[in-house]
Ligand binder design. Structure first.
Ligand code: HEC
Ligand code: HEC
Length: 190
């Protein structure tokens, strides 16, 4: 990549100012295309993770990943309904005993992202199952969703207390592809 940039710069210097503008435009063009295709994947495309019964779209929003993935796994928006996410944001001054210091514009951006991709808005199979089982309730925890509890009811509480697991809320401890939104595979660590 760096080599390419050097080549492009050299070419630009040789070709003059018109060429100098070009690499930038290309870069921007590529970025726009990139985010467009990701967006399409997340909302419309019926391929890959989106198709899987036990898959949710990955938490792709950089603000969300950074602010809500700092202390724990960045739970995918499709794991809770919009009203749960909004309640979590409204209560950010006392977030399970932690105080989240979020600026108003950050809160707005998080609210937009989370509610637009929530269980009841995601159009995913898990999202639908979660919404149905909640019957309008708005839990603050993914681990309080009856469908999620049911899926894990056979796991011994002693296993969940293992240091290597760290509780049911630590999804990636057992779901090695949790980061990608894939909950199809699980391996409980010793
Ligand atoms: C300062 C650290 C911190 C940050 C930053 C943080 N959280 Fe948390 N979060 C916690 C703690 C502590 C818990 C409770 C963990 C426990 O009970 O084991 C928690 C729990 C949760 C849970 C419940 C998990 C479950 O199913 O048990 C959700 C959902 C959640 N946070 C969402 C968010 C969102 C959304 C953001 C961003 C707005 C965020 N968190 C940012 C500390 C943080
Ligand atoms: C202690 C390990 C462990 C943790 C932590 C864990 N899971 Fe699981 N999960 C499993 C196992 C094992 C299964 C398979 C259960 C079965 O086959 O009946 C499973 C199944 C699932 C399924 C259903 C998949 C299927 O094929 O039916 C979903 C969805 C899921 N987990 C989501 C989550 C989420 C979300 C979290 C975090 C909030 C989480 N899990 C945390 C071990 C874990």
């Amino acid at each position: 990549m760096r080599k390419l940039m050097i080549l492009v710069t050299v070419a630009a210097l040789l070709l003059g100012s018109v060429a100098l503008v070009r690499p930038d435009d290309h870069e921007r063009e590529r970025e726009r295309h990139g985010s467009e295709s990701r967006e399409e994947h997340g909302h419309r495309n019926g391929q890959g993770w989106f198709d899987g019964e036990d898959s949710v779209p990955p938490a792709s929003d950089p603000v969300y990943r950074e602010t809500c993935g700092a202390c724990h796994f960045a739970y995918q928006p499709a794991l809770l309904p919009a009203c749960s996410w909004q309640a979590l944001l409204d209560g950010c001054a006392d977030h399970f005993g932690a105080s989240l210091d979020l600026a108003p514009d950050e809160l707005d951006a998080l609210s937009d992202y989370l509610t637009a991709n929530a269980a009841d808005a995601s159009g995913t199979e898990i999202g639908e199952k979660i919404t149905d089982c909640l019957k309008g309730a708005a839990p603050l925890r993914v681990t309080q969703v009856p469908m999620i509890q049911k899926k894990h009811r056979k796991i011994d509480p002693a296993v969940l207390r293992r240091e290597s697991v760290g509780g049911l809320q630590n999804c990636p401890a057992c779901h090695m592809d949790a980061e990608q939104g894939d909950y199809d595979h699980a391996r409980v660590p010793r």
